[in-house]
Design a protein around this ligand. Structure first.
Ligand code: FES
Length: 68
């Protein structure tokens, strides 16, 4: 099952990407300040950071992004 959303905020990485592009956000702190994603459990945080860096919006855990 791919990782493609911030479950706590009930928003997909694709939707987050669209908002970030629209508002000109380039880092996760800007999304968190606006309470768009990644402020609760933060399990999505490394994926959202990678999404902002690469534009990718769906990840296979342990394959597309290795958490250390
Ligand atoms: S899944 Fe994003 S804060 Fe919990």
């Amino acid at each position: 099952m791919p990782v493609d959303r911030c479950i706590c905020h009930n928003i997909s990485f694709r939707q987050i990407k669209e908002i970030a592009e629209e508002k000109g956000y380039h880092d996760i702190q800007e999304l968190q300040a606006e309470k768009i994603s990644s402020t609760n459990c933060k399990l999505c945080q490394p994926y959202v950071k990678e999404m902002l860096r690469t534009g990718k919006t769906s990840f296979r855990p342990g394959v597309d992004l290795k958490l250390t």
